[in-house]
Design a protein around this ligand. Structure first.
Ligand code: LMR
Length: 328
């Protein structure tokens, strides 16, 4: 059994009446890599609150942010072994395991937040999560952080040519690597919590990330320029150890899934507000120069990225691309 039962002697004494039986409390350890004041950090806390409330404290979700438990390179292994019961890696990091998910990393595949929501919470999202079955992982939801922006300390990134020769930290994803190669840049994967030090040590010129990650991890202190390009979307697959899931009574599974759906609705709204307000804060307070990409400039980027769509289609067909586009 993978479930962790916490044993609290204080409760044993109180629990002689039929009260709550908290000594049988089921603990879900939920490990993630970002700061607490981010869409994922807040959603994890919110999920924990709703679950505690709906199950009368029978299930306790313990959240471990900032890679304090596992780095993003180790967390999937930890989930599979049952050392933690929940993680929420970006789906980009899962594309080595579920290659079809690379469709979600295609630049400019998502038009706006509503489009993201339609895909994540609709039937397509469900089918994408279904791909996890072959990995023996229970997929609970797709969560969103926001659109990704480009930052650098080696020159503003406005025309595609500006990227030439610059070194970028990326998440481990072939599509993202190719995106930078098409720009004649040099991508290299690194773990999220190594990015700050690597930027500081000039190991990379730049990186791509959401406003909330750039803000909460202080990348804006090190990077001279940021381009608000919204070229890609950073989303998460919320995963549970399947054996643990199967060990739960159906009633508890229902409560968890409901709590998850409620959290997802909330965070998809909240993430936009959070990214917007942190962008405003950086505009006011940071020395980093911020350039908002015009539609004409975006068109040039889009043209450069066309081969990514062709490569995806020839490998996996057009089905996913078309279905996602139809949700606009
Ligand atoms: C990153 O590695 O840049 C992100 O996936 C971190 C995160 O989980 O938001």
């Amino acid at each position: 059994l993978v479930a962790v039962f916490s044993h609290d002697p204080m409760h044993e004494i109180e629990d002689d009446d039929e009260q709550t039986g908290l000594n049988d409390q089921i603990v879900i350890k939920f490990s993630h890599v970002v700061a607490e004041n981010t869409p994922k950090g807040l959603a994890a806390e919110k999920f924990a609150e709703i679950v505690a409330d709906r199950t009368d404290g029978k299930i306790k979700v313990e959240v471990f942010p900032n890679e304090i438990m596992y780095s993003d390179e180790k967390e999937l292994q930890a989930l599979k072994k049952g050392d933690v019961q929940m993680i929420a890696p970006s789906y980009s990091k899962m594309t080595k395991v579920i290659p079809e998910w690379q469709v979600l990393d295609l630049p400019f595949i998502f038009q706006d937040e509503q489009h993201v929501k339609n895909v994540y919470t609709g039937e397509i999202g469900e089918r994408l999560l279904g791909k996890l079955e072959r990995e023996n992982i229970k997929g609970l939801a797709l969560w969103g952080n926001g659109f990704k922006q480009m930052t650098s300390s080696s020159g503003a990134l406005i025309d595609p040519e500006d990227f030439s020769g610059q070194r970028f930290r990326i998440m481990p994803s072939d599509t993202i690597a190719e995106q930078f190669e098409l720009l004649h840049a040099i991508p290299k994967a690194a773990s999220f919590n190594d990015v700050y030090i690597a930027l500081e040590g000039n190991e990379f010129d730049g990186q791509e990330n959401t406003i909330s990650n750039i803000y909460s991890k202080g990348f804006y202190r090190l990077q001279k320029d940021m381009t608000v390009s919204d070229h890609g979307y950073l989303g998460y697959s919320v995963l549970m150890n399947e054996e643990f899931w199967n060990s739960l009574e159906p009633e508890l599974q229902t409560q968890i899934q409901k709590a998850m759906n409620e959290t997802t609705e909330w965070m998809l709204e909240e993430s936009k507000n959070m990214n917007d307000s942190q962008l405003r804060r950086m505009k006011q307070n940071s020395k980093m120069k911020i350039h908002e990409l015009s539609e004409a400039e975006k068109d040039k980027w889009q043209e450069v990225f066309m081969p990514l769509y062709e490569a995806y289609s020839s490998e996996y067909g057009d089905k996913w691309i078309e279905e996602i586009r139809n949700e606009r």
